[in-house]
Design a protein around this ligand. Structure first.
Ligand code: 4AD
Ligand code: MG
Length: 501
């Protein structure tokens, strides 16, 4: 008898097989037990008939607690109505590791509770789907660069210099010397780009971010390509090809997971080059325009309408439940729908509260500030494909960005905003390649020039125009999955106020 996995059942129709997994869910009707088995590759309904297995086993299986480890043997049948499309007619089973009172039940749990139980929460369907998408995103990232002539260079995690501003550095005591956890591999990567031409680094990155938003972790994964002999146009082209490739791979490999997650597949299918290109100055004009004001007012109306719809549906379901006489499955279905509706209602309420504030912030926006999260959200909501925003004010950006030689007030940089309100997933730039200008910027920032000596050296020995960008993995996974908070997009998230396990 072949031991196989749920994912492989398609090759075993009408054969006897054994599956090894955990009990996801079960129901019983006296003569029949339906076990939904979860084995890490998928879900499969296993049907046990009374008399089909020894009586004591039948009785034990009927009482089996959620998440008990169990192996089941049976005949694999094609069954379109079953989850995954196959079903097992069980002839034998073995309880490997029983579980009683599994803490995470199908009822609603608060996010704090789920995060405290993250070690178990990873088994839930939604988390599992997100994890599968993340796996594909990471595989696609490596494949893209490896297939396009980039050399992987691993940059250090203990660093002596700041890349992205000293406010977000984590300090470590390195044998009595103060070092930092890396915020970016970029500066090291620039030196490697002069050795190999096209390079990338990929690893965990640390920022002592004081913000507790849905877009910020203190430890996140970032991939950074760096290219010698390129310019802003070359970087934008690389960025749009790269992001389109990642999305294409997830659509090819994870369509069932995207469906289960409720991701916006139709809009993901539109992710193809070219992306929109706007300058920062154009973005400021949009934010302060009547068009944006009208867009925000329309949004408010849509939120209010949706709120009314949800409230009405909740009232209907509650009336049904109160009336009584519902079958168990109908009660369960109603309970699930109520959880979802109440969750969505809470979200819509937040939007209704925040939308006017964001509209005001946008209307009051003045040239010179960095774009805030809400400004990015507005621009990205107003577009159906990702938007490159280029040429930010020099004052608002990192010291290493190349000053635009035609306009000293701006730098040759870009952010990429994902559509549908998601916001920034990439930040990048052309690097200042002129020794004198770069030294000036190091001084302006108040950095100690001796710390940056090696970095400045790159501008002394064969300096060339070059640049690159960084893509945040968790933000990319969240955007593609349609998940709002990036803490769900890494197995064990670290945030400013919370480290659970
Ligand atoms: O825009 P950032 O800060 O750019 C850099 O670090 C450059 N040195 C990259 C480069 O040019 N090589 O960060 C790049 C991306 C952001 O767009 C975002 O996706 C992600 O990293 N990111 C974060 N993700 C989660 N939590 C945080 N606190 C993040 N900060 C940045
Ligand atoms: Mg950025």
């Amino acid at each position: 008898m072949a031991t196989t996995t749920v994912a492989q059942l398609k090759d075993h129709v009408d054969q006897h097989v054994t599956l090894q997994g955990w009990l996801y869910n079960s129901r019983s009707s006296g003569k029949l037990i339906f076990l939904i088995l979860r084995d890490g590759t998928g879900l499969c309904q296993c049907v046990i008939e009374k008399g089909g297995v020894p009586d004591d086993l039948f009785e034990q299986l009927g009482r089996l607690g959620q998440e008990s480890a169990v192996t089941v043997t049976g005949l694999c049948r094609s069954e379109a109505r079953s989850v995954g499309g196959y079903e097992l007619a069980v002839t034998d089973a073995r309880i490997v590791g029983p579980a009683t009172d599994y803490p995470i039940t199908p009822k609603e749990h608060g996010i704090d509770f789920l995060m405290k139980n993250r070690h178990l929460h990873l088994r839930s369907q939604r988390q599992w789907c997100i994890g599968k998408v993340r796996h594909t995103v990471i595989d696609a990232i490596r494949r893209f660069f490896n297939d396009n002539g980039f050399v992987l260079v691993d940059t250090p995690i203990f660093t002596t210099i700041a890349g992205e501003g000293e406010q977000t550095l984590f300090e470590v005591d390195y044998f009595g010397r103060k070092l930092h956890l890396t915020q970016t591999g970029q500066l090291y990567l620039e030196s490697a780009a002069m050795a190999y031409g096209k390079v990338y680094c990929f690893g965990p990155t640390f920022r002592a971010e004081k913000s507790k938003t849905r877009r910020h972790l203190t430890e996140f994964w970032m991939v950074e390509p760096e290219v010698a002999y390129t310019d802003l146009a070359g970087l934008l082209e690389l960025g749009e090809n790269f992001v389109s490739y990642i999305v294409e791979r997830v659509l090819a490999d994870n369509r069932p997971q995207l469906e289960e997650l409720g991701a916006d597949i139709a809009s993901l299918e539109k992710i193809r080059p070219p992306f929109y290109r706007l300058t920062y100055t154009e973005v400021v004009d949009i934010l302060t325009s009547d068009r944006a004001a009208k867009f925000m007012a329309d949004q408010q109306v849509q939120f209010e309408t949706r709120k009314a719809e949800i409230e009405q549906r909740i009232t209907e379901i509650e009336a049904q439940d109160k009336k009584g006489g519902l079958k168990k499955w109908q009660q369960e279905k109603n309970a699930r729908e109520l959880i979802e509706l109440r969750g969505e209602l809470a979200e819509v309420d937040v939007k209704i509260e925040n939308n006017p504030k964001h509209a005001q912030l946008a209307a009051d926006f003045r040239w010179g500030k960095d774009l805030g999260g809400s400004d990015e959200t507005i621009i990205s909501m107003m577009h159906d494909k990702p938007v490159f925003v280029t040429h930010y004010p020099r004052e608002a950006k990192a010291f290493y960005m190349r000053t635009d030689r035609t306009n000293d007030a701006v730098v040759e940089n870009f952010d990429l905003l994902a559509p549908a309100g998601f916001g920034e997933i990439i930040g990048g730039s052309v690097r200042e390649d002129d020794y004198g200008r770069l030294l000036g910027r190091v001084h302006d920032e108040g950095y100690a020039p001796e710390d940056y000596e090696w970095y400045l050296d790159l501008r002394k020995y064969g300096s060339v125009p070059h640049g690159g960008f960084g893509l945040g993995v968790e933000r990319t996974v969240a955007w593609i999955s349609g998940e709002k908070h990036i803490r769900q997009c890494i197995a064990f998230p670290r945030m400013m106020d919370k480290v659970y396990l």
